[in-house]
Design a binder for this molecule. Structure first.
Ligand SMILES: Cc1cc2nc3c(=O)[nH]c(=O)nc-3n(C[C@H](O)[C@H](O)[C@H](O)COP(=O)(O)OP(=O)(O)OC[C@H]3O[C@@H](n4cnc5c(N)ncnc54)[C@H](O)[C@@H]3O)c2cc1C
Length: 455
């Protein structure tokens, strides 16, 4: 009885409203927010307490405050992808970097910049465009996606084919740890690579080891021209074979995306009118002359297939629509399967056994990287509402493992996430990861339970 009473008092103390009040007392009205509705939603909870630091010192004080009050912290940027990963086992306080968005240093002549974590990629790239430079990353999401979150989740998009992932562009960062201690890894210039590996550790750690507060990037010159060429076919394996030929050739597309073409979106239909169920879309970002050569070479390699060079206007519509349908809320489930590029066709065959093509599902792939993204509605998975579902998903994951790959659930209803680990087993590295977590966050206050192996 007394224990129940104590639990009730504690849960009231840790209710979002109570935490919000404490934040206001400690840091002031303009540093705290009580979010209601979809904004910063993690699971189905009705409200969330959010701290909004303006400086790294404030963020460090907020983490120390959370630790002293034994509050778990969910690091956040704009909060658009907080439902990715396993649901956190406890989530008392969200600390968002959105008010830390200054460009600290930018040396166009050195092609480097140091930027606060809350600055959106889109915003920085608009600034850098004035110097004809950019950070060549294009993760899915919207214009508010922050650099800190993109690095914390190692997010990338179609241009991963030509430009890689955040790990290829980050040269240094500042991190505030669970105790409020601030550390720096790597450098601010390309030459200085001391501590580089720690940057690699933080990149993709989903905010479980610390909060990224500042990042130094290498930049790249903006391309002089842009063109898109699409190939259409009924047989997806013909397009996989073409993708393999292109990968083995001297052609270097910025993006090479494989997609099922029967989408409702008009601009994609426009681009692919009447020619097959699948499309391989190649985007080239280069000098005009180099693009012309690469497009001619791609057409030669795909001579057995229909192809369509897109006008700049249609290409823009096509890629915008591609990105919009990728993040559309109409999909209840998104699986991401990663295999070696050489296994792409074999894995697609498995995917199609698991979930045959239908208007209720959609297949996409970063063809050069062996990353397949399978989107489906609940209805598409006839077995979804049965007790079978965790077993069937586990079987699918095993098939990906048989191909030497992994399968991660990017999106799923909460009830399903509560029955299956979205990441799957990570094997022998789990103990190393637990040891690191123990070292960086011994009280397990940062994003507890969100990441692989229950970290
Ligand atoms: C609908 C949708 C679909 C997406 N699909 C993909 C996809 O298929 N592939 C892909 O690679 N990316 C995908 N993304 C991710 C996206 O590209 C970015 O990672 C995300 O949009 C970042 O935006 P945010 O600032 O709102 O992040 P938030 O939602 O605020 O945070 C995202 C994650 O990063 C952590 N985090 C945020 N800031 C920090 C920080 N400063 N320090 C440490 N941890 C931090 C959070 O704890 C959380 O786990 C998708 C995003 C959306 C909205």
């Amino acid at each position: 009885m007394i224990d129940n009473l104590r639990a009730e008092v504690l849960s009231k103390e840790k209710a979002p409203e109570a935490i919000h009040r404490r934040l206001v007392e400690e840091f002031g009205q303009d540093r705290a927010l009580l979010a209601i509705g979809e904004h910063y939603r993690l699971t189905g909870e009705p409200s969330r307490a959010i701290a909004l630091p303006r400086t790294v010192e404030e963020l460090s004080e907020m983490l120390s405050f959370a630790m002293s009050e034994n509050l778990t912290v969910i690091p956040a940027g704009a909060g658009t992808w907080l439902n990715m990963g396993n649901p956190p086992v406890r989530a008392h306080l969200i600390i968002s970097t959105t008010h830390m968005s200054r460009v600290r240093e930018y040396e166009p002549a050195d092609l480097t910049a140091t930027i606060e974590a809350g600055c959106p990629l889109y915003t920085f790239n608009q600034l850098a465009a004035q110097h004809r430079q950019w950070i060549p990353l294009d993760p899915f999401g919207d214009e508010s996606s922050t650099l800190g979150a993109i690095v914390a989740t190692a997010s990338s998009g179609p241009m991963r084919c030509g430009f890689g992932t955040p790990r290829d562009w980050v040269i240094g960062m500042q991190v505030v740890h669970a105790y409020g201690l601030t550390t720096r890894a790597g450098g601010k210039v390309v030459k200085n690579v001391a501590g580089y590996d720690l940057c690699k550790l933080y990149t993709g750690s989903y905010g479980t080891l610390g909060m990224i507060t500042e990042i130094s990037f290498k930049l790249r010159a903006l391309p002089l021209a842009e063109r898109t060429l699409v190939f259409g076919a009924n047989d997806v394996y013909q397009l996989c074979a073409l993708a393999a030929r292109i990968t083995a050739s001297d052609i270097q597309p910025a993006a090479m995306e494989l997609l099922s073409a029967k989408l409702s979106n008009e601009s994609i239909e426009l681009a692919t009118t009447g020619d097959g169920n699948y499309v391989l879309a190649l985007q080239f970002l280069d000098e005009e002359e180099a693009i012309r050569w690469q497009m001619a070479e791609a057409v030669r390699l795909g001579a057995d297939l229909k192809h369509f060079p897109l006008s700049i206007e249609v290409a823009t519509q096509f890629w915008e629509a591609y990105r919009a349908t990728e993040v559309s809320q109409e999909w209840d489930l998104i699986f991401k399967v990663s295999v070696k590029p050489a296994e792409l066709a074999g894995m697609i065959a498995e995917v199609q056994k698991y979930l045959p093509e239908s208007p209720l599902s959609m297949l996409r792939a970063h063809a050069a990287n062996g990353v397949i993204r399978l989107h489906a509605t609940n209805q598409a998975l006839a077995w979804f509402r049965t007790k079978e579902r965790p077993k069937r998903i586990a079987e699918f994951r095993r098939r990906a493992q048989d191909y030497g790959g992994t399968m991660v659930i990017l999106r799923a209803p909460m009830e399903l996430k509560s029955q299956i680990d979205v990441w799957g087993e990570v094997g022998p590295t789990a103990s190393l990861m637990h040891a690191l977590k123990e070292k960086f966050d011994p009280q397990n206050l940062l994003n507890p339970g969100r990441f692989v192996s229950g970290i």
